[in-house]
Design a protein around this ligand. Sequence first.
Ligand code: TUI
Length: 312
Amino acid sequence: MKTKICEILGIEYPIFQGAMAWISDGELAAAVSNAGGLGIIAGGNAPGEVVREEIKKAKALTDKPFAVNIMLLSPFADEVVNVVCEEGVKVVTTGAGSPAKYMEKFNEHNIAVIPVIPSVAIAQKMEKLGAKAVVAEGMEAGGHIGKLTTMTLVPQVVDAVSIPVIAAGGIADGRGVAAAFMLGAEGVQVGTRFLTANECNIHDNYKNAVIKAKDIDSVITGQITGHPVRVLRNKLARLYDKVEKEELKKDTPDISRIEELGKGALQKAVKEGDMDNGSIMAGQIAGMVNKRQSCKEIIDELMTEGKALLGR
Ligand code: TUI
């Protein structure tokens, strides 16, 4: 299972840890990188200097390669790009938009750019822009999602581009890893399973919500804003549903009313453990994530099971 992406990035296993805003910090990323995967610090909506601190933490905790994810809807995206270049980060993933305007700068700094993409057309655009690989993320994933499922997106992207494709969305065990490889992926990105990792610094209530979640417990909020987000069902998700229905009845829906609901909501869940008013982002596979483990245990299990299945 040593694929081209392992060679390009200098990692042992083709497993990326999904960048989760407010969650994927330097400690989680370093733990994943030390276990042989690619740890990824989430820039999220954080200012550049906050991201710099996390990069420094990761550097202190690991000598292995790690990445930073730039969330392109962030008002601080420019700052984070500068910080990543200054700190000599070697790998950047991007999400929630096109990194086109930063590509020249990334190239100047010899940074491998791996955009997360939700469709074939965007994957092709990224390849033309010089991306080293793409993460094809299906709508099973938690957080901000596209429209296609992992099962349909991954093989279509694999056929459309020549760069390696990493599959994401709905992968949390060796069966998912093997399935992704059968679809032509050369690696996987796993988010939700790392929410319950010992090294994941989120509120215990959040971890327990993921452990307790069943298969049907995630819902998509914010559909009409153009930025749909998958979260675990709770009071806030029900409020989204109510407000969205109210706005859709109007001739000109007030999108800002829905956007307002999301402000600070992820922080509330991650930091305060507010499971009523917080946004509990998690993927559909949360129903299968039911234990706390170290990042090393998670990666070893994914690899051992995945390899055994692919060897059959
Ligand atoms: O980015 C994610 N997942 C995220 S970001 C996030 S923080 C946030 N919170 C509230 C609202 C919005 C964001 C939480 N989860 N996944 C990667 C991803 N990228 N999903 C979809 C896309 C995407 C969408 C459009 C990538 C490229 C794209 O391109 C458009 C273009 O302009 O070409």
